[in-house]
Design a protein around this ligand. Structure first.
Ligand SMILES: *Cc1c(COP(=O)(O)O)cnc(C)c1O
Length: 370
């Protein structure tokens, strides 16, 4: 029997306004086509992979997959609490920090309480707002020729856009896809301007990679600003993207509200074990940071020497501003097994984002640049 049925017409109002996430290329198919020679520079993964201790912890946790994981993630939370100086009651774990960004909007934003973010802020921010049925305001970014943070967050403009009704502000520091950042002093000033009832979320997905002077972490302001929330992830520097685990540091009351909507077993046991082991391997993380610091500078120099405009970055990727549509550039590399990420979805069609991959991958990129 055939009949016509289209659930698109049945989606609720919030979902009707959304489109599915664009994952970029079909990477499994590309790996089959190009084999090991493919240079995957599109997803900001850590080419060194996870700490050997995290791999071992994940492997032994496989013996327990027939059990439900610890719904509280208590052991990892204790380790995070010790590492960050935040009480366990102020820690929430997520199936990636993406889930936590969504959860915050679901718990706090609605049609009367909008969300504010920067124009070229992380793509999840407006999606989180839309999924919660909340209006979101994209505040114009800093100009393309800004000396420190081209296309970056304009904190003054963001502060001016916030009203007493604004329930959430999402900031990413450093930001994806721009790689730009703002310093601790600028954040402190911004927090001082916020209404008491506006929750400021600082997404620090790339925190472990930062080394600029004047930039540490928003965590240092948690005690003074109870409306501040910091999200982090194990996907980037800790190289556990495939296990999906992130965390949020906040006032305990924010965590308590999020507990109401959090799925009870949102983080799996393999991820919990691997993350705790990864967190404990400080030497490995130091190596990851150092490798990225050296290779990021090396790649930026190599690209600049070839005439490309490379934006400043405190992350494990670089944004290239080609000054013209990037589609042909991207297609040229794609045909040669070099995957970079076009930024059309961010309305930055003249830019591409390039991860700081392995030296072999970066050599391949440089060899095939058009
Ligand atoms: C990669 C990324 C995340 C989240 O990743 P998860 O894998 O969901 O933890 C969050 N924010 C930014 C800015 C990112 O680039």
């Amino acid at each position: 029997m055939t009949f016509s049925f289209d659930a698109a017409a049945l989606a609720n109002r919030a979902t009707s306004a959304l489109r599915a996430y664009d994952p970029g290329h079909d990477l499994p198919a590309l790996r089959r086509r190009f084999g090991a020679v493919i240079a995957e520079l599109g997803s900001n993964e850590n080419p060194l992979g996870p700490s050997p201790r995290a791999r071992a912890a994940a492997a032994s946790a496989l013996d327990e997959v027939w059990r439900y994981p610890d719904p509280l993630g208590a052991s990892l939370k204790r380790a995070l609490s010790a590492a960050e100086g935040v009480p366990v009651s102020g820690i929430t774990l997520g199936n990636g920090s993406h889930e936590l960004l969504m959860l915050l909007a679901q718990c706090f934003a609605d049609a009367e309480h909008p969300v504010v973010h920067s124009q070229f802020g992380f793509a999840v921010f407006p999606i989180a707002a839309a999924a919660a049925g909340a209006p979101s305001l994209a505040v114009p970014a800093l100009p393309a020729d800004h000396p420190e943070a081209p296309y970056g967050h304009d904190l003054d403009a963001l502060a001016s856009a916030v009203t007493a009704n604004t329930r959430l502000v999402y900031l990413a520091n450093p930001n994806n896809p721009t790689g730009t950042w703002f310093g601790d002093a600028a954040l402190e000033t911004f927090l001082g301007k916020m209404p008491a009832d506006t929750i400021v979320v600082v997404d620090e997905a790339y925190h472990e990679y930062v080394d600029a002077s004047g930039l540490s972490t928003a965590v240092r302001f948690l005690d003074r600003f109870p409306n501040l929330v910091v999200t982090r992830t194990f996907s980037k520097a800790y190289a556990l993207a495939g296990l999906r685990i992130g965390y949020m540091l906040s006032h305990p009351s924010v965590a308590a509200v999020c507990e109401r909507l959090r799925e009870s077993f949102n983080v799996n046991g393999v991820a919990l074990a691997a993350a705790e082991a990864a967190l404990g391997d400080r030497d490995y993380l130091a190596r990851v940071r150092e490798t990225n610091r050296v290779d990021r500078a090396w790649l930026a120099d190599a690209l600049s020497a070839r005439g490309f405009r490379v934006l400043p970055s405190q992350t494990n990727f670089l944004l290239l501003d080609l000054g013209r549509d990037a589609a042909a550039f991207e297609a040229h590399l794609f045909e040669r097994g070099v995957i970079v990420r076009p930024m059309v979805g961010y309305r930055l069609p003249h830019t591409v984002r390039v991860s700081v991959g392995s030296r072999a991958e970066l050599d391949r990129l440089l060899e095939h640049l058009p």
